[in-house]
Design a binder for this molecule. Structure first.
Ligand SMILES: [Zn+2]
Length: 139
């Protein structure tokens, strides 16, 4: 990975193909991120695809209802990103909140207000985040 060229403006996303390769269930992760109220509306067993409107770009794309709900509704819950959470978890939640639209360390920092853009970039490149499928976005 060309780490040296990555800056706090470089975008990262959660590579769902990686999760699949590893045999891990991203939907379980999303389900756990939902607030109690929303969790009752969905089931892990049934995958429901819905039209998702990106809050920032207005772009519409088809997305798993769990990700749509987490990024449109549950992200506003007070404990969706909490200062008590480990930084890596807060970063992961910030990407979910963005509907997994690639985010830079600066954008993530603006949302989680924890650490600094430089610290977040370092975390984004850490082995732990790599194991969670966090990958630089190449446009
Ligand atoms: Zn919710």
């Amino acid at each position: 990975m060309p780490v040296a060229r990555l800056t706090t403006k470089s975008k990262f996303f959660i590579d769902l193909a990686y999760w699949e390769q590893q045999g891990r269930d991203f939907r379980q992760e999303l389900y756990d991120a939902l607030c109690d109220e929303c969790r009752q509306m969905y089931s892990l067993e049934t995958t429901l695809m819905v039209d998702h409107v990106d809050a920032e770009t207005g772009e519409v794309k088809v997305m798993d209802a769990l990700l749509d709900c987490a990024s449109a509704v549950c992200r506003n819950a007070p404990d969706f990103v909490s200062p008590r959470m480990p930084l890596t978890r807060a970063i992961f939640r910030a990407l979910i909140a963005a509907g997994n639209r690639p985010q830079s360390a600066e954008e993530i920092y603006a949302q989680i207000k924890k650490g600094s853009p430089a610290i977040i970039l370092k975390e984004l490149l850490s082995l732990q985040m790599e194991q969670d499928g966090i990958t630089p976005f190449v446009a």
